[in-house]
Write a protein that binds this ligand. Structure first.
Ligand code: ATP
Ligand code: MG
Length: 566
């Protein structure tokens, strides 16, 4: 079965249907966007029809494993059949209507894909959330979003029950559970067995809300970001090649947690626009060895994971694995250090294409298949965005000049960008300046239109008037064999105001070395690798760096600690 992808006929490369012709026309600027669009009826059901007509390979639509022998392989037809049943559960048994919100706290289990598709069929607005949430987090999300329904699994049932009485908008609780009955809960599996499979997909408008995401909360309380049917479902159609660039022959695996936008992009909309197979490992724990052996054993062709995964993979003995089917990897969510990219390529022969994005905007910059890779760069503006580097007044800066990374929103807000921060209109207004949406990230564009990340605006270190981006310091340190993970932040200094301080997690072979000697060695190393003024004047060795639930380094926590703000 390792040969499977190669055996598929080549004729069904792209979605060929009337709506596809319309998409092509839109992408060539010939038409206005259609008023109505629904991903379930316009994309998923089209693939299902193509399967019936014998025009699509037998590549499953969803291929799920749990690593303990459990496996699910659904065609688009099966996915359609099951998700129509779920649509009936949501409307008939949960009483939800188009526009109502549902909080979905499911780990990587097949039911997640069914619920996503069913919500799209019914126009119910999805709020995906990670299973790592605590009672407080869930209460905050239920109250802030006014969700009427929640769906989750066994582990979180007592947690939800502890706060549900305080959540006055919540009406129905659905559990995906092997337990038969539980007071106050509807059993999803039982309802699914009985539910009718006939359902007519609602007609949703392109600009109807589809999903509400809570951001990662790297810099504060998570914000509620609203996306439309078009911004998530239609955007990959007009820019099919802008990052994933998959075909019906591909098997795409994204390890992202279901609570984050990248999961729905990498494991739902973008691969399914191209008719690819979405591969999922339930990954109850993020185990490096499990991921590597899955990449080795299954015919995965495109692998999507954040930089922290690749940094962890490089700590393993990679000579033990051969990735026969893997064509390329994609990484985003944090800066990808060039050193990591080069080492991965040397050891596996596979490239990593970097993407840069936000919950608010999806993918903003990307390196795609046919582009030249410039290690350390996040690639070029992703379709349909016009991305520029601007100053504080929103003026466009020239190539080579550092400023804020921004997406043009005038005269027309581009498809893909969120509509609003729910309940925080001021925040949305603050993030716009003249013709641009400001990302809050600083960077530089080069003469070829490639973007280079410098740091989150708040993370920039200002030492004696020199502005230093943490990414460059961290990348330099990662080139040293002693350094496994590192974060650079500003720290107070009586003379310079601020200096660079690094928190270093050592690789195992260096953990017992003399720390004073090592500090000097690392400082000298940075001086050699970058402009000497960027070297870390302070170095602290730590067991573990603080991270968000998405695995991003929380530099702001370390910075606050330094400045006595905790
Ligand atoms: P919050 O907005 O709640 O503080 P967050 O910004 O981490 O959290 P996300 O929307 O998940 O929430 O993350 C987007 C941010 O992640 C970007 O603004 C950027 O700072 C960072 N990021 C994403 N991709 C890259 C990349 N390729 N290189 C550098 N940074 C990246
Ligand atoms: Mg953010």
């Amino acid at each position: 079965w390792k040969q499977i992808p190669r055996l598929f006929p080549r004729y069904s490369r792209h979605l060929s249907s009337p709506i596809c012709a319309q998409y092509e026309a839109v992408s060539h600027g010939q038409h206005q966007l259609p008023d109505y669009f629904n991903f379930a009826s316009d994309v998923l059901d089209r693939w299902s029809q193509m399967e019936k007509d014998g025009k699509r390979s037998s590549n499953p639509a969803l291929w799920w494993i749990n690593g303990r022998g459990g496996e699910v392989r659904w065609s688009f037809e099966e996915l359609g059949f099951q998700s129509r049943k779920v649509a009936n559960i949501l409307t008939d048994r949960c009483g939800l209507r188009q526009g109502d919100r549902i909080l979905v706290i499911l780990s990587r289990i097949p039911e997640w894909w069914l619920v996503m598709a069913a919500c799209i069929r019914t126009g119910i607005v999805i709020i995906p959330a990670t299973s790592q949430l605590t009672a407080k987090d869930i209460e905050y999300r239920l109250q802030a979003s006014e969700a009427k329904c929640l769906i989750t699994t066994d582990a979180l049932i007592p947690v939800v029950d502890s706060i549900a009485p305080k959540c006055n908008f919540l009406r129905t609780k659905l559990m995906v559970s092997s337990e038969g009955k539980r007071e106050g809960w509807l059993n999803f599996g039982e309802l699914l067995r009985e539910a009718p499979d006939n359902h007519t997909c609602v007609k949703t408008k392109m600009h109807d809300p589809m999903m509400v995401y809570f951001t990662s909360g790297t810099t504060g309380n998570p914000k509620m970001v609203e996306h439309t049917q078009g911004s998530l479902g239609f955007r990959p159609i007009i820019g099919k090649r802008y990052w994933l660039d998959a075909t019906p022959l591909d098997v795409v695996w994204s390890t992202a947690d279901t609570g984050w936008l990248v999961a729905i992009l990498g494991s739902f909309f973008d691969p399914w626009v191209s008719g690819s197979c979405v591969f999922i490992h339930s990954l109850p724990q993020f185990e490096t060895k499990t991921i590597l052996s899955t990449l080795y054993q299954f015919p995965i062709t495109i692998f999507v994971s954040p930089p922290t995964s690749f940094r962890m993979f490089l700590k393993e003995d990679l000579t033990r694995y051969k990735f026969m089917s893997l064509q390329y990897c994609i990484s985003g969510g944090e800066p990808l250090n060039p050193e990591v990219m080069e080492q991965w390529k040397n050891k596996t022969g596979v490239d990593i294409y970097e993407i840069y994005g936000q919950t608010e905007a999806g993918v903003i910059c990307s390196v795609s298949k046919k582009m030249k890779i410039k290690p350390g760069s996040m690639g070029k503006a992703a379709t349909p965005y016009d991305v520029q580097i601007v100053d504080q007044e929103g003026n466009i800066l020239s190539p080579g000049e550092e400023g804020e990374i921004a997406v043009r929103v005038k005269p027309k807000r581009p498809l893909g960008l969120f509509t609003q921060y729910i309940n925080a209109p001021k925040k949305a207004a603050m993030s716009e300046q003249e013709d641009f949406f400001l990302t809050g990230d600083r960077g530089v564009m080069d003469e070829d239109g490639y973007f280079w990340f410098i740091g989150r605006a708040d993370d920039i270190i200002n030492s004696s008037g020199y502005r230093i981006g943490p990414f460059e310091v961290e990348s330099a340190l990662l080139k040293h064999p002693a350094v496994a993970e590192v974060a650079a932040v500003s720290s107070p200094d009586p003379i310079r105001g601020e200096v660079v301080k690094v928190f270093v997690e050592l690789s195992t072979s260096y953990s017992t070395q003399d720390k004073e000697k090592l500090t000097l060695e690392l400082q000298e190393h940075v001086k050699k690798m970058t402009a000497p003024y960027k070297y870390p004047r302070k170095v602290e060795f730590v067991q573990e760096l603080p991270k968000t639930q998405t695995g991003k380094i929380r530099r702001n926590e370390l910075r606050d600690q330094e400045w006595g703000r905790v």
